[in-house]
Ligand binder design. Structure first.
Ligand code: FAD
Length: 394
């Protein structure tokens, strides 16, 4: 039997980073908030994030580090809730943290501390939380949204969609946000896996045999480039540089990889003059992991002493190593994607409040929305910022 008529000021669907932040902010403003999640525990992605230490923000947060059909959309929320604001919260809870690299901030201890912080903030706002109960069909009539969940049902004049994207379905991720958005007439930008390993075809079998080898490279698609580590896997390419570039990659396109970003132009010719008897693959081996150096030398077809190769061939090898073309045949998909790019179309939302333009009282925040950050704490910063933007107006 469904028990009816629990009344709230707002119902937030999804107790991930964005939903928890939104509920806590609104609750502390005196709003009566119900937060519902079908998972038995809140913040599951926070718990596994950053290798269990949660890369909770990035000091270099700026709108140009986010992908969206409208690159201006994220500016307002990101500008009003900044990394310093979340750091202040982390400090308030005496959670020790450190900068790892490239402005990425991690807990010294455990990601559990971040979930605890968010749950405490919700408790301070007297947020009612329901976990482990499935959400039924949401309805909207007379200016109120009604949400059945488990054996219960609640209604409120405001509803926040914070159920994220479908990446890592085995953790309970679903496309529910998109179904709900479409139910209310909001458009959805085609969702696609992002921050995801790319796969190589049989043509590149040689590289797949290098599984476990990594090197610092520059990975490029068009004008976008990332200098970080790339990792060969038994299915293709991974590592931060590849995950970053995967968000910009489209099926059928090539990615360019500079295997020797620190070598001055003419490095192979200079080596030929200085050490003509040394082998090309040994020269490469002094600059790259040995197995990778051998694979590249074989692919280029330069096997032997430098003195035996005309300058022209060495010049061509230098150019190829600075812009090696891979044509991935796909990605490892939503099963392995750290985030989902695309999502609820920002054209249908207010960038100030995250409210749906056409449906009063409806909001969408976090990964469910077509805003996707780079690797390195940007996605949580978007979850906090968009959650706070809605939480301040509910
Ligand atoms: C392995 C991994 C590591 C990551 N590491 C980092 C990192 O270190 N730093 C960083 O910035 N980002 C990281 N991310 C990305 C980050 O986790 C997400 O961008 C962020 O969690 C999005 O927050 P959200 O609240 O919008 O969605 P989510 O965290 O996905 O929360 C959505 C919530 O909705 C619930 N839900 C879904 N469907 C339903 C439904 N049908 N009914 C009811 N509830 C539902 C889910 O159970 C979940 O609790 C990582 C992601 C992964 C997968």
């Amino acid at each position: 039997m469904i028990c009816k008529d629990q009344q709230f000021d707002a119902i937030v669907l999804g107790a991930g980073g964005a939903g928890l932040m939104c509920a806590g902010v609104a609750g502390q403003r005196g709003r009566r908030i119900l937060l519902i999640d079908h998972a038995p525990q809140p913040g599951k992605k926070i718990l596994i994030s950053g290798g269990g230490r949660c890369n909770f923000t990035n000091l270099h947060t700026a709108p140009d580090r986010f992908l969206s059909a409208n690159p201006h959309f994220a500016k307002s929320a990101l500008g009003r809730y900044r990394p310093e604001d979340f750091i202040a919260l982390v400090d308030k809870y005496r959670i020790a943290w450190h900068e790892k690299t490239l402005g990425q901030l991690f807990c010294d201890g455990s990601a559990r501390q971040i979930v605890h912080l968010l749950m405490e903030e919700c408790a301070r706002g007297s947020v009612r939380i329901s976990l482990g109960k499935a959400i039924g069909e949401v309805s909207h009539a007379d200016g109120r949204f009604t949400v059945p969940y488990g054996e219960e049902s609640a209604s409120a004049p405001s509803l926040v969609i914070a159920t994220g994207g479908p990446s890592i379905p085995k953790m309970g991720a679903t496309g529910f946000a998109y179904d709900l958005a479409r139910q209310f007439g909001l458009k959805v930008v085609e969702p696609r896996p992002a921050l995801v390993p790319l796969t190589l075809s049989d043509e590149d079998r040689l590289f797949r045999d290098l599984s476990g080898v990594s090197a610092e490279v520059i990975a490029r698609v068009g004008k976008t480039a990332f200098r970080e580590a790339a990792l060969f896997t038994h299915r293709g390419l991974s590592g931060p540089a590849i995950l970053q570039i995967s968000s910009y990659w489209q099926r059928g396109r090539e990615i360019g990889v500079d295997f020797l970003p620190d070598q001055p132009s003419g490095w192979a010719l200079a080596a030929k003059r200085a050490r003509p008897k040394s082998h090309f693959h040994s020269l490469l081996g002094s600059l790259l992991p040995g197995r990778l150096a051998e694979a590249l030398a074989k692919k280029i077809g330069l096997w032997g002493e430098l003195a035996n190769f005309p300058d022209e061939k060495l010049r061509a090898a230098q150019d190829r190593l600075a812009d090696w073309h891979f044509r991935p045949n796909g990605s490892e998909g939503f099963a392995k994607a750290e985030v989902t790019a695309g999502g609820i179309d920002t054209a249908d939302l207010s960038s100030q409040t995250m409210a749906a333009r056409q449906i009063p009282g409806l909001y969408a925040i976090g990964e469910a929305v077509d805003v996707t950050g780079w690797l390195g704490g940007y996605n949580f910063q978007w979850a906090w910022a968009s959650g706070a933007a809605a939480g301040q107006v509910l």
